[in-house]
Design a protein around this ligand. Structure first.
Ligand code: NAP
Length: 320
């Protein structure tokens, strides 16, 4: 009997709407290996996956009975969308519901990196803090500073709203003009005048290493870089070198090129606040994300069109 394959443990109750369907759940926090995914997708009619599951053309082609793929994330760089479309498989994701939680985390990293919170806390815990001093842990004042947002979509705009409340000047860049004040068509120019740069682009071939050694060199040596998008948007080694050589001031990072590994140079770089990919990690948001993905899977299994569809062309033939 065909089943819905769920690649990872979700929060309790998340799969309840699918209780009338056969489920095969990897009820652990260890992702399936690529070989396990290849094997288990055979015979599945739906796949619920997460970032970290590589749903490449091989997996999609092995899933000959698949009628839908849903990722419990807004980012879908781990799924070969073209391969899914070629196979006529709708792919769904979970936009909107994670914007506020992720923007909170990005803003938390902006403050933590600008004010050197990671370093200061590490010193205190290791008992190396010798007491208050006038020039200790001096950081960047956010009030009046310029925040350059790269990728002015759902999450980028939510970060902008927070920044205004902190008295920051907000400017932004995306490929298409946003029609809003503060738009910079030229990323390089925006990087060169920003005090804080926050990344909110999806990972694509175009954005891989968007922030590389050349662009890091354009930034002010007093600037802070925050990445809550995808690790590979930044050349991690170049970032670690820029921090170590004092060519930028600080960084706040939630996502890494080879998760769960973190580049050793980044681990030892000064003034880097490093978090383990927790952008959307609130109970409310993770619940809402799962609910959105599960609802779309249920829709397809019941012959309805899913809502958060990434490849609407698969329904071009007039599907329901
Ligand atoms: P979104 O609404 O699609 O916004 C993406 C923005 O990036 C758009 O403004 C888009 O505008 C711009 N963009 C795309 N390609 C670009 C390029 N090559 N150069 C410059 N700008 C580009 O996406 P979102 O919902 O805000 O999510 C953004 C990303 O955040 C997701 O893809 C995901 O990877 C990441 N994320 C991470 C976490 C976490 O846990 N850390 C949580 C949620 C999301 P144009 O098309 O006009 O360029």
């Amino acid at each position: 009997m065909a089943y819905t394959l769920v690649t990872r443990r979700l929060l309790p109750g998340s799969l309840d709407p699918l209780s009338h369907y056969e489920l095969k759940v990897n009820d652990s926090d260890r992702p399936l290996s690529h070989d396990q995914l290849l094997e288990q997708v055979q015979g599945a009619n739906a796949l619920i996956c997460l970032p970290g599951d590589l749903v490449d053309a091989e997996v999609i082609e092995a899933g000959t009975t698949l009628s839908v793929i849903a990722t419990v994330s807004v980012g879908f760089d781990h799924i070969d969308l073209s391969a899914a479309s070629r196979s006529g498989i709708p792919v769904c994701h979970t936009p909107d519901v994670l914007d506020e939680a992720t923007a909170d985390l990005a803003f938390g990293l902006i403050i933590a990196a600008a004010r050197r919170m990671g370093e200061a806390e590490r010193d205190l815990r290791s008992l190396s803090w010798q007491g208050w001093a006038v020039d200790q842990y001096l950081g960047l004042e956010l009030n009046g500073a310029t925040l350059g947002i790269v990728g002015f979509g759902r999450i980028g705009k939510a970060v902008a709203r927070r920044a205004l409340g902190f008295g920051m000047q907000v400017i932004h860049h995306s490929r298409h003009p946003s029609g809003e004040a503060g738009y910079f068509p030229d990323l390089d120019q925006m990087l060169s005048i920003s005090d804080v740069v926050s990344l909110h682009v999806p990972l694509t071939e175009e954005t891989r290493h968007l922030i590389d050694a050349r662009r890091l060199a354009l930034m002010k040596d007093t600037a802070v870089l925050v990445n809550t998008s995808r690790g590979a948007v930044v050349d991690e080694e170049a970032l670690a070198d820029a921090l170590t050589e004092g060519r930028i001031f600080a960084a706040g990072i939630d996502v890494y090129e080879q998760e769960p590994s973190v580049h050793p140079k980044l681990l030892s770089a000064p003034r880097a606040v490093l978090l383990p990919h927790i952008g959307s990690a609130t109970t409310a948001t993770r619940t809402a994300m799962a609910s959105r993905a599960v609802a779309d899977v249920k829709a397809v299994l019941e012959g309805r069109r899913p809502i958060y569809l990434l490849n609407p062309e698969v329904f071009a033939g007039g599907g329901s």
